[in-house]
Design a binder for this molecule. Structure first.
Ligand code: NDP
Length: 248
């Protein structure tokens, strides 16, 4: 009998080919879950994550599915259930950012951010909910930008993460009676392709982080694993920052 905390659990992580999502896939698999994950474009990265998990003795399945497309999201949930035999943990991680002043914010970028960052979360939950039962977990990856915007150009991205925050609160009320927890993990600056430690904004961001540095993807994945596990059952509707003190 395995003593891994997530043994026997089946998880779906959106946007698991790179960055925070890939580390969440690796961590949930290392903790004993069978993990499916979606990606939109990075097939080679997705195959690498599958291979890494397999090499460590775990199980991971990569599914190409654009979070902006409700049909593809629904199909990804169905494929997860078919391949893993059910669904216990949904991690809504995929998101995109576009930084621009509001006067010039391109209409197509507004539509893309809303479709992926808000629509993708909504449709994943709508598609998954019929498979989730007592003890299941929904974990949304929001952003500290829901609560604090450190400079100009982030208004639309911040708006989408604010939506994730309030959706989490409502879902926690909807699903509490069914024993399903819903939480919102809000990263601060984490070193990924989307926000590299040596990127254009890195030095200014480090100045407003109490610890003065970027975090690692593993800092987020470890909290997600705890929230997915059996010891977090009385935590729901929470907004948990992993931000090195960005918001203090
Ligand atoms: P990355 O850009 O490094 O990785 C994003 C992942 O999402 C990739 O696997 C990508 O796959 C996938 N993805 C993007 N668009 C889609 C789509 N339309 N459909 C399906 N998958 C998609 O981002 P991060 O790892 O940095 O961010 C992960 C989460 O953490 C996001 O929700 C982000 O908002 C949040 N966050 C990150 C912070 C940071 O500092 N890094 C700070 C605060 C929040 P593919 O390559 O195939 O498109």
């Amino acid at each position: 009998m395995s003593t891994a905390p997530l043994a026997g659990k089946r998880a779906l992580v959106t946007g698991g080919s790179r960055g925070i999502g890939a580390e969440i896939v690796r961590r949930l698999a290392a903790d004993g879950a069978a993990v499916a994950f979606t990606y939109a474009a990075s097939a080679a990265h997705a195959e690498k994550v599958v291979a890494e998990v397999a090499a460590s003795g775990g199980e991971a399945v990569a599914i190409r599915a654009d979070s902006a497309d409700p049909t593809q999201v629904a199909d990804a949930v169905e494929q997860t259930v078919a391949e893993l035999g059910g669904l216990d943990i949904l991690v809504n991680n995929s998101a995109v950012a576009h930084i621009a002043p509001i006067d010039d914010f391109p209409a197509e970028e507004f539509d893309r951010l809303v479709a992926i960052n808000i629509g993708g979360v909504y449709w994943a939950v709508r598609s998954a909910i019929r498979y989730l039962s007592e003890g299941a977990r929904i974990i949304n990856i929001g952003s500290i930008n829901a609560d604090r915007i450190p400079g100009p150009g982030l208004s639309v991205y911040g708006m989408t993460k604010g939506a994730v925050s309030s959706f989490t609160r409502g879902l926690a009320r909807d699903l509490g009676p069914r024993g399903i927890t819903v939480n919102n993990v809000q990263p601060g600056p984490i070193d990924t392709d989307a926000n590299p430690d040596d990127g254009a904004f890195a030095e200014s961001l480090k100045q407003v982080v109490a610890q003065g540095r970027y975090g690692h993807t593993s800092d987020v994945a470890s909290l997600v694993s705890f929230l997915a596990g059996p010891e977090s059952g009385y935590i729901t509707g929470a907004h948990l920052n992993v931000d090195g003190g960005f918001t203090v």
